[in-house]
Design a protein around this ligand. Structure first.
Ligand code: ADP
Length: 267
């Protein structure tokens, strides 16, 4: 009975008092569908690496005489188990930020610190590919939020920029502030994203090229986590990209008001 799920709130409108009816039933149904789809996606995505671990373990059991072969199977087993570990961690992270409405903890966070931490976590893969990470823009910007979650979001954008770019190219991280909004952009000179797929890259488990992603260890969860983190901070994310020419992902967050100066406090 749908009427049982309606929540009733009162509000004053001029001199009249009106009742606001919200259809919680539809919202509850939508959330249940989101949850069911997520579980179905997870089961589907985990099947491949779990199956591979099982097969490699079997192969190891019957290859015990040949050391070279054992080493090769063991190395592949390690790749698959690393992949499972990363996927599990990202699934946990995504379910946490998906379930959040607004961020639970809102500290004053320095964007410089977020960028520095996100860069640190990406130095090794960047150096391995000879990719130069270039930062620029306005220093000293601040937002309210959860520093760890924001660092994860920026980290994921930089990691993608590195992963989908040719060796020796540049990745730029720029910050600026306009009209009470902090903008952070990550720009690469990489493979780009076909126009028809642009709208889908924030969907969980979506990969433009699943075969390539499987090879490079992509899970299809990174951008989905970024999107939820940004939304939980009252912000949004946009992408500009041209196939073959590179991509720019821009996060926009409400900027934390600056501490009032002596003059500002007086007026
Ligand atoms: P993945 O783990 O596969 O990188 P993401 O959710 O981070 O998952 O990204 C989803 C897909 O979007 C990727 O598989 C890739 O096809 C595409 N993508 C993301 N970032 C970039 C980028 N900077 N350049 C080109 N393609 C990208």
């Amino acid at each position: 009975d749908a009427s049982l799920h309606l929540s009733v709130r009162g509000a004053r409108l001029g001199s009249r008092y009106v009742l606001l009816l919200a259809d919680d039933h539809t919202e509850a149904k939508r959330l249940e569908e989101v949850r069911r789809d997520f579980v179905a996606n997870i089961s589907h995505e985990l099947k491949t690496p779990i199956g591979a671990v099982g097969l490699l373990a079997e192969a190891l059991e019957s290859a015990s005489e040949d050391v070279t072969q054992v080493r090769r199977f063991a190395a592949r087993l390690r790749v698959e188990s690393d992949r499972l570990a990363q996927m599990t961690q990202e699934i946990i992270e995504l379910s946490r930020v998906q379930a959040m409405d607004m961020v639970e903890k809102a500290d004053l966070v320095s964007i410089d610190a977020v960028v520095a931490r996100a860069l640190d976590g990406n130095r090794v893969p960047a150096e391995a590919d000879g990719i130069r990470l270039i930062t620029g823009g306005t220093p000293g910007l601040k937002v309210y939020g959860d520093e760890n979650l924001l660092t994860t979001a920026v980290h994921n954008l930089i990691a993608n920029a590195i992963q989908y770019s040719p060796k020796g190219s540049h990745v730029g991280i720029g910050v600026r502030s306009t009209d009470g909004v902090v903008e952070l952009s990550v720009t690469d000179q990489g493979v780009g994203i076909p126009e028809e797929e642009l709208g889908r890259v924030f969907e969980r488990f979506f990969r433009v090229d699943p075969a390539r992603s499987r090879h490079t260890g992509g899970t299809g969860l990174g951008l989905s986590i970024v999107k939820h983190v940004v939304q939980n901070h009252g912000g949004d994310i946009r992408v500009w990209s041209q196939k073959g020419h590179g991509s720019t992902f821009t996060i926009r967050l409400p900027s934390a008001p600056e501490a009032p100066t002596a003059q500002g406090a007086r007026s």
